[in-house]
Design a protein around this ligand. Sequence first.
Ligand SMILES: [Cu+2]
Length: 535
Amino acid sequence: MRAGLRCWLAVVVCGFSFVASVAQCPPRPQSATVVQDALSIYSQNGVLNASLALGHSVDSGGYTHFCYKYQTGTTTVESPTLRLNQGDRLLLNITDDLTNPGPQSSSAMDMSAPAGATCGDGGPATIQSTNVHFHGLNVSPGCHQDDVLTTLIQPGTPGFQYDIQIPANEPPGLYWYHPHVHGFTEFQVNGGAAGALIVEGMEKYRPEVAGLPERVFVIRQQFLVPWVPGPYELTLNYQTTPPFEGPMPIIQMKPGERQFWRVANATLQDFMPLQLWYQNVPQKLQLVALDGYPLAEPRSVETILIPPAGRAEFIVQAPPPNAYALFNVLAYNTGPTGNPDNAQPLAIIQLSGNAAAKLAAQSATVSAKTSVPQAAVQQASWDHLKFAGLKDATPTTQRKLYFSEEFAGTNGPIQFYVTADGQQQKVFEANEKPMITTHVGAVEDWTIENRALETHAFHIHQLHFMMLEVNGQPVANQDLRDTIEIPYWSGKGPYPSVKVRMDFRDPTIAGTFVFHCHILLHEDLGMMHKILVLP
Ligand SMILES: [Cu+2]
């Protein structure tokens, strides 16, 4: 982030009046208490039927909160974990309760309404509009499913019904949901509007996790002033974390216990190398899935890098008694024009027998879900899992894309671009024609370069892609990902790149959808384009 852009944004944002609104969001957990998982809600008889309302608050520190409110009895909770099985249907009703959510509805920040078809309430996209993206799900981009291009939900309307068919061959794992109105995604995700979605059945592909107590951790980020990269906090299941050592969220484990951790990076921009330190020594983690796709083989690692929007699922061994145990994020260098992603602890891990942990537990109960017993697990066939056989498929097309940035005018804002090679660099517009057109049945190898002095995170909707190469070298593990970091260019030498295989063989995903950088500021400023998959 260069100074020019920061100043421009400060003028834009600080020119708005921040209106203190009625607190709509439920209170968030106190810092330095026992971390609890979000409430899980489950599909029943093949259907998960739920209603969420998007609300807004400003906390005592001035941080703006956005929240997905879910009513359970007389209690309102935030961002429940949606749990479905392969082949289930998700009926999700979303209402928009936003009123004066910060920058007042200003015509300067209204984005043009999507041209052509509209889905939902229509009208202009403003700071008060919302919609939902189901990140990672290999589902239709059509209206009422995972359509972020034409779906707009406006305040004061009856709401909007999502009706999503989870494919029978959907990879089991951790996905997530968040708003995706172009121009305002960062603002709403910044405030915390993000939740986990789990397709059950990991133990059928990765039997290592069968019988283990399961934890779902969502790491979120909040800038003090959205759009102005500056002071921010990371939160772990909505508990603020200290930027340095200090009172921190407490994760409890039983002595000798192994737990199955499912971690989503729901930050706006943070590239997170995660580690577990026991007595200052990084521990081995057994990685079993990335981006909601089980690994072909589990992997023993010390560091798990999750780019913004990525997920990692791994097995953790409890620390020995009296060990000082931390769940840490390491620093990550995003390059000369990137944001500093600093090292900090996310939580302290305490054995549930410890006196301090007992004390903390008096006010809170850990809600670890115990997964199905090992004996009950039937192994499923990998041959039927989505994207099976992609490795041996013959690509029908090769493409090259690149990320780039430039100043526009004297000391003006940076422009952020993602471009298909041979086309003109331009920022995304709602009414643009697709930058790439392909068809159902295609298998394409894409080389994506980073020509900017800043790391970017490539994401495409509706499908996972197979990792083939990094910087021209074959990767050791051909993982299936939906979001991948592409490190910054140093200013000389070849551009850093990844080569991935895109699978358009499933007719479910026919339609128009997007690929973009998942640093949400970049996405909002137009580092995104459309792809059309013809039936
Ligand atoms: Cu970016």
